[in-house]
Design a protein around this ligand. Structure first.
Ligand code: IMP
Length: 186
């Protein structure tokens, strides 16, 4: 893997600008604030890719809320393909029983990770559980799961930035862009 010192050089196309992402996150936050008014909202996000989205989304929601963080890794797949086998590296730090949980995800690709997480979290008896994903790549879906809030549908390309990585790099880009194939083929 060869990473340029200027990360932008490894991106072939900017799919979503910082401004487009910012406007969408505000819109999602307003919708969520309306939908959950008067309820016990807990945002659960999944490290590390959802970190910038979670940080921005929580500040766009005007309701009192709690947050919790999980970290999972999928293993057995290739570097750009999910395997669906999910390992929990960090679990919730507080019970969610009786709470309205909103799972905050960076990107839904095959849907295998989300499928696993939803089953896991439902087992903890929340009052309700819904999903808010910034990016949806429907072309590659293997498990059909209804997404309650979606930022953008994107085409079938490997994207980086705004939290999303390749080989743990590129998360700090402010936009979402398509990684040049040379960057992951070499
Ligand atoms: P899924 O289980 O195939 O839906 O994959 C979900 C996870 O794979 C995401 O949370 C990301 O961590 C990762 N992922 C899927 N597509 C991409 C991509 O285009 N760029 C970076 N990470 C991705």
């Amino acid at each position: 893997m060869k990473v340029s010192q200027d990360l932008v050089l490894d991106v072939s196309e900017v799919l979503l600008t910082e401004e487009q992402i910012g406007a969408k996150v505000v819109e999602l936050g307003q919708q969520i604030s309306t939908d959950y008014a008067g309820r016990q909202l807990t945002l659960v996000s999944v490290l590390k890719g959802s970190l910038p989205f979670m940080a921005d989304l929580m500040r766009s929601i005007s309701l009192p809320l709690r947050i919790d963080l999980m970290e999972v890794s999928s293993y057995g797949g290739t570097t750009t393909e999910s395997s669906g086998l999910v390992r929990i590296l960090k679990d919730l730090s507080a019970p969610i029983e009786g709470r309205d949980v909103l799972l905050v995800e960076d990107i839904i690709d095959t849907g295998l990770t989300l499928n696993y997480l939803l089953r896991y979290l439902k087992g903890k008896n929340p009052r309700s559980i819904k999903v808010c994903a910034l990016l949806d790549k429907p072309a590659r879906r293997l498990v059909e799961i209804p997404l309650d809030y979606v930022g953008f549908q994107i085409p079938d390309a490997f994207v980086v930035g705004y939290g999303l990585d390749f080989g743990e790099v590129y998360r700090n880009l402010r936009f979402v862009g398509v990684l040049r194939p040379e960057a992951y083929e070499s």
